[in-house]
Design a protein around this ligand. Sequence first.
Ligand code: 4AD
Ligand code: MG
Length: 461
Amino acid sequence: MKRTRIREALNAAAGMERILVQGWVRTKRDAKDFSFLEINDGSCLKNIQVIVAASIPAYESLKTVTTGAAVEVEGALAESPGSGQQWELKASTLRLLGAADAASYPLQKKRHSDEFLRTIAHLRPRTNKYGALFRIRSESSFAVHQFFRDRGFYYLHTPIITGSDCEGAGELFRVTTLPLIPSAGAPRESLYEADFFGKEANLTVSGQLEAELFACALGSVYTFGPTFRAENSNTPRHAAEFWMIEPEVAFADLQDNMDLGEDLVQNLTAHVMDHCQSDLELFARFVDKDLMANLELIAGESYARLPYAEAVAILKASGKAFEFPVEFGTDLQTEHERFLCEAHFRKPVIVYNYPKEIKPFYMRLNDDDQTVAAMDLLVPRVGELIGGSQREERLDVLERRITAGGLHKEDYWWYLDIRRFGTVPHSGFGLGFERFLMMVTGVTNIRDVIPFPRTPKHLEF
Ligand code: 4AD
Ligand code: MG
């Protein structure tokens, strides 16, 4: 008999003579002539209630069925007389598929802390909260592809192992097959000769440079894949391995880029609100009471847009004592970003035209020679969700910026070539997928939106 997912069973329009359900036991309660089992199969937040009457042969085997065990139940789906659920399953047969040692099963009925659940990441998705979270993560991924497909973008797979540093921030994980990793200061060529690629190799921090090459061929592309940064900052917003969505569009300027970023964030948020209603409700009840109001705002309001210089002026005039003082030329910190979104504008904010000194070499230099055509999209609670820019399409300016940044022109010959052969204005950005999930669920630690998080000194599972 074909298995019915619990989600389907609970959404049934009418009772059913016979269905087969498989899942894990959440609780067992014994009454006089029968027992109740609550079973969850991960297809939705809700459990199905199973009634096992003392009169059926399988009743005897119930002794071995404890919380956490995997079971298979066949029976009739019938209207439930009890409150709290519309349907219940009257078992005719019950089979234990995998027992769970009741004494050592770590998930109890009470609520566990996020910190504790991280230490059992292999069982974490069996809880209500994390089941909901990872269903939302899955649905959001789907929404990303749908958004871009609907707009004529092509999905591009950029390499995970690269020989260049896109951001120039030196936060690279090195890839080598050598028993000893050459030290950073050693002469480059000779040491890497014996290595697998014959040159220094790293895990990518961004697929942008490669995406630019394809945008200048296919017109509009996006990447959606893992990126890696050896940032030794143990913050609740940074992971060593995270997923980034990077659209790149030819013949597009900074304005177009801001429009696309705003459209994407609004659209993804609305998609999750439409498709993950019951899972979101859990976060609105237990994690963040203002979640739904915040999401309405993000999905529905147009975002504030202002140049970096104005943002700095607002922050300085606020009279608020920030931990990090702001001056023109300093990078905005999360506390400043959140102030702009939460206290000043009370909605998402796009800040553009940042000083060139604090942004990477590839951003287009503005006519003032001081700022670049950068844009960051900031959201309440999280701060920076998107970082992007119009790209420098002028060969001579780009060469100067590479050299000024202490990088080697020769390493970027292919990137520069695109400016030699049919160069066009183009723009793109990166959206941190985990930051989006934090925003949409109200979860405040990035570790709690990643199935198996990687952060400094943490590489379990
Ligand atoms: O602002 P970033 O560094 O921009 C880039 O990498 C560009 N090359 C993207 C592009 O233009 N194609 O990173 C983009 C976003 C950030 O806004 C943030 O949401 C997220 O990626 N991010 C991180 N998320 C989790 N952990 C980290 N360590 C992150 N670093 C950046
Ligand atoms: Mg950034």
